[in-house]
Structures are given as structure tokens and as C-alpha cells.
Write a protein that binds this ligand. Structure first.
Ligand code: NAG
Ligand code: NAG
Length: 421
């Protein structure tokens, strides 16, 4: 109330305009709204989160499949998780429709053979590894998978063992009901997702460039300093970076951070050179080269050598139109499980394994069926990662609906009435 009273008419006007812009943007993002049958717990094919389903999830969470850096992952735990998966889902692993392969020892690939070879197959992806933990900062053991107040606490509950186990539960259920898919599909679980990266439904992903700034100066003793040393020149360059006024909206959406500075060798020696690394997460509207050029222009100092030490262009935009089967299938599956959800395309801000697949298709959708309370965002890669039992049940049913909806030959007929626009 106080808010409304203190808000002038100008302020109200701004809000109205903003509201209209958001409404138009939402409307034009995806006009298509199919009638979907809501997923209800009384449905004959609703997958209940029974004690067995929850226990399987808890067991998977207890394997400490921690990835530390490239090629440093816990192979014995990955091996045990794989053996557990094979024993926990006997229908999948015994089905004549399913081919199971181990890739690079620890990644798992399933091929589910559909009956209609004319339908293009699809691929569901998740990963088996998790990021390291600081157990002393957790309220519950990070690999204990204890349930407290309806939440399962463990590393991997939201990144991304819920996906692994949710997909497997859905497939086990589908096959045990005797359903024979028409459309073939693949399921891939990587074991090194967390470390092969340097560090909404996402229809694209930010790129990344790590820029090395190097200054070669003159070495000397600190008792006889020259006016400028390698470190001071570098420091000036880094400060120009960080204090710049974003000149365009697009730049502000590319995120920059200085991640490493090195130079000194001894407290009383002026070092011959100094280096800094700057990490940019690149918005899809920009390219790696544009970022490098922009940095060069901002620093504007020839003594600072600028080069990209690692780079990856932002991913191409995946289609999200009214007739795009993949996007609409995911959207309809979301709306079946989360009736109130408004589904819109977005940019994935982190990087995922999907970069391996951009060679094969432009229809890549990054979506995690995870309900996050505002407080939960910091638990992602943080402490006290958790998922509610209810959310896990939704995860399983979401993947089941994806498999059932994707098995349709095409989207349901949809007629857009232009007069309604
Ligand atoms: C793998 O995890 C187990 C269980 O925590 C631990 O005992 C073992 O030392 C780990 N191995 C490596 C290579 O980190
Ligand atoms: C797979 O395991 C074998 C035996 O431990 C090892 O020699 C090989 O390097 C591993 N391959 C990969 C890709 O990790």
C-alpha cells in the first residue's frame, strides 16, 4: 500500500509500459498453447515416489562420484555407481529394445530402438559426476542422502543425479508396462561434465573466453624502482577493465571477472613480467573476437599483450517456434507436470556438456526439471544441496511425459487464429 501511495503517476506509467513490453515479449516468444492433459497422482500411469523409488535415488546419491579437474575423477565410485544402476533397473538392462554401452570406461550410453525408423531420434542427457564438497559447511552429510522435513540432502540432488535417476525410473516404468516406443532415442550419462568446462529452458548457451594480459617490464631491485613496473602497468589495465562504464546493453550481459594475477617472485624484486587472466562469459549476441577487440580498445596500452588463452563461441540459438517439435514437446511436458508454469526460452548462463552435440543438431534444449526456491540457488554447486521428495516425483513423471510426448509422430494440430492477435 505504501508503495502505491508513494509511486507517482510517472512511476506507474513506467510500470505499465514495462508490463506491456513483458506481456508482448512473452506472447511473441511462443504463441502456441496446446491442450495438455495434466499429470495427476490418480492417473493410472502416474509414477509414485514409493519408498523403493526414493531409496534408489538415495543410493545413487551416496556414491561419491566427485570430479576435481579434467581426468581427475573418482573412478572406483563411478564404477560402483554403474554397477548399482545395472542392478537397480533390471527391465532396462534386460530389454531386447535397449542397447547398453560404456563409453570411455565410465560414461553410459543407452540406445532405445523404436519401431518406426522414419522418425528422427532424440537424445536425453545427464551426468554422473558431481562437484567437490566442503563437508564442514553442510548441516547434513553431503553423501548421506538424509531426508529432513521432506527434503533429500546430498551433493548431486539438483546437479544432476536427479536427471540420471529420473530418466532411468521413467524408462524402467515405461518398458515394464510393455510400451514399445516408435521413435528411437538415446540416453547419455557423462562422467566428466563438471570438469571439462573450465570453470531457464536454455535455447542457447553463453560462450567463454579467457584472456591473458601480459606485460613485460624491466626487472630490478625494489630499492631502485622505475616509475612504472610490469605489475603497475598490468594493474592499470585490469582496473580499466573493471571500472569501465558499460557502453552498450549487450556488453553488460557479457560477464567479466579477473580470475588470476601472477607476477611477483620475491618481496624485494621487481618482476620482469606480470600476467592476469580475465574470464568473460559471452552473451550469445556477441562473438569471442568482439570481446577481444573490445578489451583491446578499453585497455588502450600497447605494452599490454592481449591474447585468448581459451575460447568457446556462444552456442547457436535452438529453435523455439510454434512448429518446433523438440521445444514444444518439452514445453508441453513441463505444463503437464507444473500446470501453472509459464514456459519461455532463455539463455543458459553456465556451460554444459551440450557443446559436444552442437555439431549434430541445432535443436538442443538445456532444461532441468528442478523446482528452486529463491534460497536454493546458492545450494547449486554450494552447500546443503537438496531436492524435495515431491520434486523428485515430478522429475520422474516429467521424463516419463517427455518420452511419451516425443513418441508422437508430430505435434498435435494447432491452428493459429491471426484475428486473435
Ligand atoms: C573415491 O571415493 C572414496 C569414497 O569417498 C574414497 O575413499 C577414495 O579415496 C576416493 N578416491 C579418489 C581417487 O579420490
Ligand atoms: C579405461 O580403463 C583402462 C583400465 O583401467 C585404462 O587403461 C584406460 O586408460 C581407461 N580409459 C579411459 C578413456 O579412461
Amino acid at each position: 500500500m505504501t508503495f502505491v501511495h508513494s509511486c507517482s503517476s510517472v512511476c506507474l506509467l513506467i510500470f505499465s509500459v514495462l508490463f506491456i513490453i513483458i506481456a508482448i515479449r512473452t506472447w511473441t516468444f511462443s504463441v502456441r498453447v496446446d491442450k495438455v492433459r495434466e499429470c495427476r497422482s490418480v492417473d493410472s500411469d502416474f509414477i509414485q515416489a514409493t519408498d523403493e523409488v526414493i531409496e534408489r535415488f538415495q543410493k545413487a546419491l551416496k556414491f561419491q562420484t566427485v570430479s576435481v579437474e579434467p581426468h581427475v575423477y573418482n573412478t572406483s565410485e563411478l564404477h560402483q555407481l554403474k554397477e548399482f544402476i545395472k542392478s537397480a533397473f533390471p527391465t532396462i538392462h534386460g530389454s531386447p529394445l535397449v542397447t547398453f554401452e560404456e563409453v570411455a570406461n565410465y560414461s553410459l550410453l543407452y540406445t532405445v530402438q523404436g519401431s518406426d525408423g522414419t522418425l528422427a531420434p532424440y537424445f536425453l542427457a545427464a551426468h554422473l559426476d558431481v562437484v567437490p564438497v566442503s563437508p564442514e559447511l553442510w548441516d547434513a552429510p553431503p553423501f548421506g542422502a538424509e531426508i529432513r522435513d521432506g527434503f533429500i540432502y546430498a551433493r548431486g540432488t539438483i546437479d544432476f543425479k536427479q536427471g540420471v535417476m529420473g530418466i532411468l525410473e521413467a524408462l524402467e516404468y515405461l518398458l515394464s508396462r510393455g510400451i514399445k516406443p516408435r521413435r528411437s532415442f538415446y540416453i547419455g550419462f557423462g562422467h566428466d561434465e563438471e570438469v571439462n568446462n573450465q570453470v531457464k529452458v536454455g535455447t542457447t548457451e553463453k560462450g567463454q573466453v579467457i584472456i591473458e594480459l601480459k606485460v613485460k617490464g624491466e626487472p630490478g631491485h625494489s630499492s631502485m624502482p622505475k616509475k612504472e613496473s610490469a605489475i603497475s602497468i598490468l594493474a592499470k589495465a585490469v582496473v580499466k577493465f573493471l571500472s569501465r562504464k558499460p557502453s552498450t546493453n549487450a556488453i553488460t550481459r557479457t560477464v567479466t571477472s579477473v580470475t588470476l594475477i601472477q607476477g611477483g617472485v620475491k618481496v624485494n624484486i621487481i618482476p620482469p613480467e606480470a600476467t592476469a587472466y580475465v574470464n568473460h562469459r559471452i552473451h550469445p549476441s556477441q562473438s569471442v573476437q568482439e570481446i577481444i577487440d573490445y578489451d583491446r580498445q578499453i585497455i588502450n596500452d600497447e605494452r599490454v599483450q592481449i591474447r585468448a588463452s581459451y575460447s568457446m563461441e556462444p552456442h547457436p540459438l535452438s529453435p523455439y517456434g510454434d512448429e518446433d517439435f523438440g521445444y514444444q514437446t518439452i514445453k508441453n511436458s513441463i505444463r503437464q507436470v507444473w500446470k501453472e508454469a509459464v514456459v519461455a526460452p532463455g539463455v543458459m548462463i553456465g556451460n554444459t556438456d551440450s557443446r559436444h552435440y552442437i555439431r549434430f543438431t541445432t535443436n538442443i534444449y538445456r532444461f532441468s526439471p528442478t523446482f528452486m526456491f529463491p534460497d536454493d540457488v546458492k545450494r547449486f554447486h554450494g552447500n546443503n544441496e537438496r531436492m524435495s521428495v515431491k520434486n523428485y516425483e515430478q522429475v520422474v513423471n516429467f521424463y516419463y511425459h517427455v518420452m511419451m510426448n516425443a513418441d508422437q509422430e508430430k505435434l498435435p494440430p494447432f491452428h493459429q487464429h491471426s484475428s486473435e492477435l
